[in-house]
Design a protein around this ligand. Sequence first.
Ligand SMILES: [Zn+2]
Length: 319
Amino acid sequence: MWHYTKNKTYTVKFGYHVAKKIQESQQYVISLPRKDSKIWIWAWHLDIPHKIKLFLWKCLKGILPVKNSLQRRGVRGIDPICNMCGMAIETDVHTLRDCPWVAFMWEVGPLHICTKKHNGRGSLVDWIIWETERIPRESHDMFVTLLWSAWYGQKERSGRGSLPIGGYKINSDASIMQGQGTRIGAIIRDHGGCEIEAVSKRLPEDMEVIIAEATACKEGIGIALEVGIRNVVIETDNLQLFQALRSNESDFSYLGNIVEDIKSLLPCFISYSFSWVRRSGNVVAHNLARHAFSLNLLESVQGDFPPNIVNLILEETPH
Ligand SMILES: [Zn+2]
């Protein structure tokens, strides 16, 4: 029912056809007030795959199968708390916007959307309307696709099936060359030292060393969460960052802000700890950061490295 007409335009006849089809469905009956009809026309005109449109339709109707709505619909024996963070009731807006790892995904994603100011406020539909009024029309397809991938990512990860519940370690490092921006690197390994994921990234700004180190650490943590890791040691060779991460005091500096961001992701782990290591113990992360000198601005490499980096990783991997 969400296919376009052949020339991709909306016609009254086509709209009638869609409305009739929806009305015929016993499960979902259109009940949105007239003033919301604009959002349906907007949704119809997005150039996205059918399955994503169907997902958007469920978002707009408030019928995504999140624990909170399942419970409201009378499904018994559900613990309504979000599996991912354990900090909030699993509502649609929590799952797609407010849960710390998904908020991180919006922030570092291609649209750089900061969701913090909304945290806990408004409905999912209100937020979708608010964001789509702010971002350019040509990014709307991307926005909805990210929304969809947040949903599927969340569902997959909360299943916790992908990686064994062992311990993992994140090492990160940064490298700065005046006038040429900042390079960061991070590697995640399992308790046997085998590589799970590694990243090199080039950022446009010249950062202070400590800010760059904190940014690299945050990147590593984000990737660990993305791949479903839940038990982690976060290791750095920067003593100042190590101390900031372990401190409970408020710090209103720029570093304090990044450290706060990092801390807001930590509840997504079942267990975590911080560790400081000498530079000689952080060689792979250091080289991943240096490798980013060969990248273009904002380019990021994950998992696909030249032989010298692969050898380094292998050298440190126990056989
Ligand atoms: Zn959550």
